[in-house]
Design a protein around this ligand. Sequence first.
Ligand code: OGA
Ligand code: MN
Length: 285
Amino acid sequence: MPITINPLTDCFGAEILGVDITKSVDDETFEQIREAFNKYSVLVFHDQDLNDEQQIAFSRRFGPLESTMKNDFTGGGGLINNLSNVDEKNEMISPEDKRMYHLSANMLWHSDSSFKKIPAKASLLSAREVPPEGGETEYASTRAAYDALPDEKKAMLEGLVAVHSLAYSRSLISPDLMDEAFKNEVPPVKQILVRTIPETGEKALFIGSHASHIVGWPIEEGRALLKELLEWATQPQFVYRHKWRPKDLVMWDNRRCLHRGRPWDTSKYRRVMHRTTIAGDGSTV
Ligand code: OGA
Ligand code: MN
């Protein structure tokens, strides 16, 4: 069945209509979705009343899934990241709870799992319950942002390598969020600063909150460059803001965009979001 593709901004993002992911998607339709993903980086599907099994089954068609971290309360080593302010007893987690500090780290611009040796290719986030206001997710195209850089800047960035570290990005929220076991699970890794997307040959900046510094540069100089690039890449012309409706599924390419959550009143409203993550093909350095 032909799908309908509605672009969301001038440079990336598209809404996909005419697919029911709760049922098995035929190969021809799936190929159209894959092509749209390669072209648009962020895909929005509405009215997908998914359970975890259906979400996992659809996600797996894009490639092997990444497991969550054992020490991370949102995953515990399974395939689903439960990024909700609701606990296993279905009760709201207090805004004061340490778990909410971990969740708030999602409000810094980042690329999922860029702190892993093999960073994630894509993520699929299913909105099971959404607050009536706030709690949007913003996406920034690091492909469009790279493309718009002056040639001299592109030449300067070529070949640079950044160190990405979850301990670093969590320390920006609070210094004592991670214990030693958690830090040992995710030691710092190196990632190329400008990556090439194999499917399209495009280049994109690989930056975000986990990027700590530049290999071979004084720490503060590297941080200043990373900050400058982040400010460049998250200018309004490169950003799509997604206002969630219940049962939305949004899929994004972690190689070609950054994302961040926006605040909502966590003392008042539930927000239940389940994520699956498509594993990357290999290391970037
Ligand atoms: C994620 C994430 C932000 C949000 O799912 O990886 O960062 O708005 N989510 O929930
Ligand atoms: Mn994320």
